[in-house]
Design a protein around this ligand. Structure first.
Ligand code: NAP
Length: 469
């Protein structure tokens, strides 16, 4: 039986794969189903790959070299991908996402190069299809080089460098790429050299586009590049009439675009401002620096007393909680306070940590019940009823400069308004700065007290003190 309901086995497999992508993506929006959703989509991708190898064309002995190459690619990719995913630390997730995204972009660009080569060697193609090839090449290459630069920056291997007149150069490159693509699409027999020039210019554009964007804007850029890769893959699917690739590409493209918009909203900035504003980059460190007053420390015992006799405690987790791997310890504190009749919940800032949803994933790993995670707006609405706010390893997301210092690079970003609570305790190791590299006036505020130390160590000490009360 090679057909069912008029559809070939290949088409049925592509439909099945597309359904798993949609289901998987839907499940990713809820932390308790995300792992399963990821697996379902991965199985779908496996089905699409196998079906393409087995059913796209008849398997013949003379193509043995192609099969060997495909198999070798599958093995190398699977081994490297699995090793990287197993070894990666939670805090290095954005780098890995960026790296994998770059590989997706590279694949899309290579597909375009190969297909262009077919056109050059006798294949016929409509100018519409040629446009698809060229767009796949441009977007895939920009996504590849941009993602690799983003990876290097997040790894700390590349600094934020803006060329003088870099924006003008970028606009010239962008117009050059589009002009060249239009010219090639309208030329009867485009020359091979053109495509390599276009490839070079697109790669350069990706580098120059991401290079000046720094610090806190990286997640937005990664998400934007992710949507580029999705679009490039969708062009590939269009080119080959491959429905699974088309659906996958469209889903990645649209999900990446929506995430980009949501993150810009969370920071109260426009995408243009993110791209040309270089927020959190070189100039950021200067703002807010200087003498801010004195800080007050709190002992573990006093902090434990405040917590144990509170009615309501809100934890604001940040990047430092992930570094300290203190998610299980903070959940233990929550259980102990719960036994004492203290209500504890968590205020989650949309860009806390180093990747979208970082805190949600971290706390879900420790089995913190999902209803205990409050979105920023809800947490802020309830803040005046909170007796103690524990800021654990968070800095930028609670920095009042975002509200009251127009010269600050984070001005306009919504924050968790911890100062509306009755008491604030900030737990961190030192007076070290956060990702945006700026001073935080919260630490010097009258209402705030600092509990210095590694988040996990301090939480363990707090737990033993609270237990003894
Ligand atoms: P943050 O501003 O980066 O501050 C983290 C703080 O944690 C640091 O000041 C550090 O101070 C402290 N810390 C580090 N290790 C610690 C440990 N072991 N124990 C206790 N404290 C520790 O973090 P955030 O408030 O979560 O803000 C996130 C920032 O990253 C924002 O600027 C955001 O825009 C940006 N960002 C977000 C994403 C995303 O998608 N979520 C991605 C990339 C960047 P000490 O050194 O003094 O301990």
């Amino acid at each position: 039986m090679t057909e069912l309901l008029g559809l070939s086995i290949l088409e049925l497999c592509y439909i099945a794969a597309s359904i798993t992508f949609i289901l998987g993506l839907k499940m990713l929006s809820s932390p308790d189903k995300a792992r399963k959703g990821n697996l379902i989509a991965a199985y779908g991708m496996g089905i699409a790959i196998l079906a393409t190898i087995l059913f796209k064309e008849e398997l013949t002995a003379d193509k043995w070299l192609n099969y060997v190459l495909i198999l070798a690619g599958l093995i190398v990719g699977t081994v490297i991908g699995t090793r990287m995913a197993l070894k990666v630390k939670m805090t290095a997730m954005p780098q890995m996402v960026s790296f994998f995204n770059g590989m997706g972009g590279a694949c899309a660009a290579v597909i375009s190069l190969v297909e262009f080569d077919h056109v050059m060697h006798g294949g016929t193609i409509s100018s519409g299809m040629l446009v698809v090839i060229l767009l796949g090449l441009i977007i895939g290459s920009v996504s590849f080089s941009g993602s690799i630069i983003a990876y290097g920056k997040l790894e700390g291997k590349i600094g934020d460098k803006a060329l003088p007149a870099g924006q003008i150069l970028n606009i010239i490159l962008l117009l050059g790429m589009l002009g060249m693509a239009i010219f090639m699409a309208n030329t009867a027999q485009p020359q091979a050299i053109y495509i390599y020039i276009l490839l070079g210019v697109s790669l350069l554009y990706g580098v120059l586009f991401v290079m000046p964007i720094g610090g806190a804007d990286m997640p937005v850029v990664i998400s934007l590049l992710n949507s580029f890769t999705g679009m490039a893959a969708a062009f590939g699917g269009f080119l080959y009439g491959n429905q699974a690739m088309l659906t996958g590409g469209i889903l990645v493209g649209s999900a990446g675009t929506i995430l980009t918009v949501l993150m810009c909203k969370a920071m109260n900035r426009s995408l243009t401002n993110v791209i040309i504003g270089s927020f959190g980059g070189g100039g950021a460190a200067a703002s807010g620096d200087g003498e801010q007053g004195t800080i007050k420390e709190i002992s573990v015992t006093d902090a434990a007393i405040l917590l144990a006799y509170a009615n309501k405690v809100t934890v604001v987790p940040g990047y430092g909680l992930a570094v300290a791997q203190a998610q299980h310890t903070v959940h233990n504190l929550e259980k102990i306070l719960d036994d004492k009749g203290v209500e504890m919940n968590y205020a989650i800032h949309p860009v806390a940590g180093r990747m979208p949803g970082h805190m949600n994933v971290l706390l879900a790993e420790a089995d913190v019940p999902y209803p205990k995670l409050l979105e920023m707006e809800d947490a802020n609405d309830d803040m005046s009823n909170v007796d103690v706010v524990l800021v654990i390893g968070a800095n930028d997301v609670v920095n009042p400069a975002a509200e009251n210092d127009p010269s600050s690079p984070i001005y306009g970003m919504p924050i968790i308004k911890v100062l509306n609570a009755k008491n604030v305790i900030v737990m961190k190791r030192s007076m070290g700065k956060g990702y945006a590299g700026i001073e935080n006036s919260l630490f010097f505020h009258d209402k705030n007290r600092m509990l210095f130390g590694d988040a996990k160590d301090s939480l363990e000490k707090l737990i033993s003190e609270v237990k003894s009360l």
